[in-house]
Design a protein around this ligand. Structure first.
Ligand SMILES: Cc1cc2nc3c(=O)[nH]c(=O)nc-3n(C[C@H](O)[C@H](O)[C@H](O)COP(=O)(O)O)c2cc1C
Length: 260
């Protein structure tokens, strides 16, 4: 099989790492592959913070919804959606004066720019995941970095137009992780449509979730009162404390970003 496809098909998230150093050469190659990711307007609307300080790793393990494995990741990269660099460059280039001469206010980074910067940062992050995988390194995204905006802003000295969109843990997988089964995926017919969106009905949901129901419930008739995957996921993820915190945190960031 094509080697790239093989790497993509075999990948799974890795959350326990051998305490083995990643060589500077491999790290440099992963970084090169990361920075070659497509980027909107070739603007590279992202920054990466290589988190090497153990005390920062320890803090992130707590602030990102208490996930201790973060502190044990040999390599930890923070991906920032970053419009600050371009905003500062525009100002350094005299854009403000040009706008003033035309009697126009200088446009500031807005919601659309934030989304674009998030796209850039995440696409680069996924290049890093694939490159790492090609070197036998496992990785895991940490979405909880979107929580506790104020704390992370302070911790990493983030200016106004910089938002931490994801954190990536990397390391050589432990044997247990290597042997762990890949997680399932929904059948493509529920995910990929032709020409237009298709909203699923109850019958389709029953089919879509039948396999996952068996896996999750494993013969039990309920899990803490939830009788199906939807109820369990709503309780465990969608309405969980971390979700509420993520919403609060992102709202604060949006307010600051847009100035509303
Ligand atoms: C945006 C995003 C955020 C994620 N956040 C976390 C996280 O905070 N903690 C974690 O253990 N896994 C996290 N994951 C990993 C997912 O749980 C994982 O990708 C999913 O369960 C599918 O498993 P697989 O990657 O092994 O195929 C995240 C993945 C993505 C794409």
């Amino acid at each position: 099989m094509n080697q790239v496809i093989d790497v993509l098909l075999k990948r799974k998230s890795i959350r326990a790492y051998e305490q083995r150093e990643i060589s500077p050469e491999i790290k440099a190659q992963i970084l090169q592959a990361t920075l070659r990711a497509p980027t909107a307007g070739n603007m590279m609307l992202y920054s990466i913070v290589d988190v090497i300080d153990q005390s920062l790793k320890d803090k992130l393990a707590k602030t990102c919804d208490n996930q201790p494995f973060i502190a044990k990741a040999p390599l930890l990269w923070l991906f920032l959606a970053d419009y600050q660099r371009w905003q500062d460059y525009f100002i350094a280039c005299g854009v403000e004066q040009i706008c003033a001469a035309k009697g126009q206010p200088m446009r500031k980074p807005s919601e659309g720019d934030l989304f674009l910067a998030c796209c850039d940062a995440l696409i680069a992050a996924q290049n890093a995941v694939v490159a790492a995988e090609a070197f036998g390194l496992g990785s895991c995204y940490i979405g909880d970095i979107m929580e506790q905006y104020e704390t992370h802003k302070e911790l990493f000295k983030l200016p106004k137009y910089v938002f931490p969109i994801c954190l990536l843990c990397f390391g050589y997988p432990t044997e247990q992780q290597q042997n762990r089964q890949q997680s399932d995926r929904f059948d493509e017919k529920f995910i990929v449509f032709e020409n237009q969106y298709h909203q699923l009905d109850k019958q389709e949901f029953d089919e879509m979730f039948s396999q996952r129901h068996k896996q999750v419930f494993n013969g039990r008739d309920n899990i803490e009162g939830s009788v199906n995957v939807g109820q369990a996921m709503y309780r465990r993820k969608f309405s969980a404390e971390f979700s509420t915190e993520m919403t609060r945190s992102v709202r604060i960031m949006l307010k600051e970003w847009t100035g509303d």
